[in-house]
Ligand binder design. Structure first.
Ligand code: NA7
Length: 538
């Protein structure tokens, strides 16, 4: 056991009972450590607990978007569809919590308010909104990358007398839009997924679009039992092959990867893009290596996607509005089930707010200039304060009382996306500066949790009580993350993605994740092999 001289309530306090927190707790159980998870929701699942909006669905196939740490679990679990819907993912999270007896150490309905590092005892003092005040040697933020809802301050936002919903915190009991006039703000993934479902029910649906998104058809299907049997016959090889991919996913389609797009004739480009489009999901986004690095290559893929929109959407003006003018892939690609088709319905309308933002939300609707539309309900599909929001929402103070909000005022600074200088014994699962959202999240979560677990074991074995990153190592890491980002079109100045924090007013524009899972994992392993290079252990 760690730190025998310090009296702590728990060896490890974990914030969040999503996929990261659940696995972290399981690892702590395996190691025989005392651990407590605090979770604001009333159940497990994290982002899949909160995001219950109609149509919510994973964009990585479920045989991949699932834990690999237990052979029994991956063999016994059956996914009903290729890309699972939110209720099925939540069911899985609940199954994991029960199967591994995790609930006994999770305190639900509890939000962590502060975590203060006590330099005397080298431990963390953690307080919650339920009056808990506990001490732990290690503090793990497993708060997820897309968990703090972005609630833009649109004038009059709180004046609306109808029903207001945020996709990121959808009511547990669901919402029936039958016979309702609905306004929906946003055209990111949450909006694209919910639009077709809301349009089915609502009397009318008006979508307010600031930036047109690229959306690819998921071609979702019920699970193919033959395909799953093939995967399960050799699941560990399938997982290993995916871990070798840049995004920790897609090994199955690696054979479709081609030479740079500009080396083909335009007929060949079309044929290959068409094949990838038909396959569905992210295949289209990764079928040519240069699409995210070369503007000319990018334009070929972007034009193909725009052509598809023109083919699907009957009204020419609406089709034109739906065609994105940003580089393809600078924002996370969206996987949909009938999004563009929905705009052919007579009860669905699109309003462009790119050049004229919403002036006001009134008591009865939304006003833009002279155009005032009345609604019974408004849905904000306005996304998240991604990657840092949930971390900075907690009052975290490290050495010398330094607040993490100050330490990260010009953007997050981490070493390996796992730790930050001056905050000893604190780990962030899939933090900024790690591949996280540019990968299959579960792959990154497992890698981080296992790294943290190994680190704590190492500290135990060698009788270290604190670990902290060194400033030169962190500075070099931040430089590396920034340089890698510049090598892609994701930092294009005309693209205001949540990767850059550019979707939240006032947030510093800095690219937060790091592309390339295999190279990143290799680096993390090398750091360990070199005796935790770049860290100081006391
Ligand atoms: P996103 O992708 O951040 O989308 C949010 C949408 O809301 C996007 O279209 C925004 O337009 C729009 N938005 C945000 N603020 C405003 C204001 N003030 N006025 C009008 N429109 C606004 O979040 P999602 O929840 O859809 O998806 C997040 C991730 O979850 C996704 O990438 C998947 O990985 C799953 P903008 O594009 O900023 O112009």
């Amino acid at each position: 056991m760690t730190d025998k001289n310090t009296s702590t309530d728990f060896e490890v306090v974990i914030v969040g009972a999503g996929f990261a927190g659940l696995y972290m707790l399981h690892k702590m159980h395996e190691a025989g450590r005392t651990a407590r998870v605090y979770e604001a929701g009333s159940g497990v699942g994290g982002t899949w607990y909160w995001n219950r909006y109609p149509g919510a669905r994973v964009d990585i196939q479920s045989v991949e978007y699932s834990y690999s740490f237990s052979e029994e679990l991956q063999q016994e679990w059956e996914w009903p569809e290729k890309y699972s819907a939110q209720p099925d993912i939540l069911k899985y999270a609940n199954h994991v919590a029960d199967r591994f007896d995790l609930r006994k150490d999770i305190q639900f309905g509890t939000r962590v308010e502060s975590a203060i590092f006590d330099e005397e005892t080298s431990s963390w003092d953690v307080t919650t909104d339920q009056g808990d005040s506990v001490k732990a040697q290690f503090f793990v933020m497993a708060t997820g990358c897309l968990s703090a809802a972005n609630k833009p301050d649109i004038p009059g936002r709180d004046n609306f007398s109808g029903d207001t919903y945020y996709t990121a915190t959808w009511p547990k009991e669901g919402v029936d839009f039958t016979g309702k006039r609905v306004g929906l703000i946003g055209t990111g993934s949450s909006a694209v997924q919910s639009t077709p479902v809301v349009a089915e029910e609502a009397e009318s649906l008006t979508v307010y679009q600031r930036t047109a998104s690229y959306s690819l058809p998921s071609n979702n299907t019920p699970t193919d039992p033959e395909f799953v049997a093939e995967i399960k016959a050799n699941y560990s090889d399938f997982r290993a092959a995916n871990r070798k991919m840049m995004a920790g996913t897609g090994a199955q389609y690696a054979a479709m990867l081609n030479d740079p797009i500009l080396t083909y004739s335009s007929e060949e480009q079309d044929r290959l893009l068409e094949a990838a489009w038909d396959k569905g999901g992210f295949t289209f986004a990764s079928v040519f290596p240069d699409v995210v690095t070369d503007y000319d290559a990018n334009e070929v893929a972007a034009n193909f996607a725009r052509k598809k929109i023109a083919e699907i959407v009957e009204d020419e003006a609406t089709a034109k509005l739906l065609m994105p003018d940003i580089v393809i892939g600078c924002k996370r690609m969206i996987i949909d089930s009938g999004y563009y088709e929905t705009f052919n319905k007579p009860n669905v309308d699109l309003v462009d707010i790119k050049n004229h933002p919403i002036d006001e939300i009134t008591e009865s609707g939304i006003r833009i200039g002279d155009d005032h539309r009345e609604f019974d309900a408004i849905i904000f599909a306005t996304g998240f304060d991604a990657m840092t929001g949930a971390i900075l929402n907690v009052d975290i103070r490290g050495r010398g009382g330094e607040s993490i909000r100050d330490a990260w005022h010009a953007g997050p600074r981490t070493y390996l996306g796992l730790t930050t200088v001056g905050f000893p014994n604190m780990f962030v699962v899939t933090g900024p500066g790690s591949p996280s959202v540019l990968t299959n999240m579960i792959v990154s979560i497992e890698q981080h949790v296992e790294w943290i677990d190994e680190c704590i074991n190492y500290m135990d074995d060698n009788e270290f009580s604190t670990i902290d990153a060194s400033l030169p190592a962190q500075d070099a890491w931040v430089d590396h993350v920034n340089k890698e980002a510049e090598n892609t079109l994701r930092t294009d100045p005309n693209c205001n993605s949540w990767y850059l924090g550019a979707n939240v007013e006032g947030k510093t524009r800095v690219f937060m994740p790091l592309a390339g899972f295999p190279a990143y994992k290799k680096k993390c392993d090398e750091v360990v092999a070199a005796g935790y290079e770049g860290f100081s252990l006391v």
